[in-house]
Design a binder for this molecule. Structure first.
Ligand SMILES: [Zn+2]
Ligand SMILES: [Zn+2]
Ligand SMILES: [Zn+2]
Length: 107
């Protein structure tokens, strides 16, 4: 089974192996996981760019593109707004990622 999401620079480990799977206080603070309102990067849409995968910010609910995408809007947004945690906005993916801690946790 191909798992294209793990070619994304964000995720270096095979989920099956549970390698380096860890949580952090930011991820533990997420009580209800925010899901994408729309399956599109809100910044890419403005500039007519494209994306590879989508991530939804757990602080404000905005959806942005991942680090495999040309514009890396999700990590830009996380740094600019100090919103640490995103959830995958891809169908069938259920995990949270914290940028400052480089932590990933399934939900
Ligand atoms: Zn964290
Ligand atoms: Zn984008
Ligand atoms: Zn945000």
């Amino acid at each position: 089974m191909d798992a294209p999401e793990f070619s994304c620079g964000l995720l270096r480990h095979d989920r099956e192996a549970h390698v380096n799977e860890q949580s952090c206080t930011h991820i533990e603070d997420v009580v209800t996981v925010r899901l994408p309102h729309q399956r599109a990067c809100q910044e890419c849409v403005k500039v007519a760019s494209t994306w590879v995968h989508l991530r939804t910010c757990q602080s404000c609910g905005m959806t942005h593109c991942c680090d495999s995408s040309p514009s890396k809007h999700a990590s830009q947004h996380a740094r600019a707004r100090a919103h640490p945690v995103v959830a995958s906005a891809e169908p069938r993916e259920r995990w949270l990622y914290c940028y400052p801690d480089d932590a990933i946790a399934p939900y």
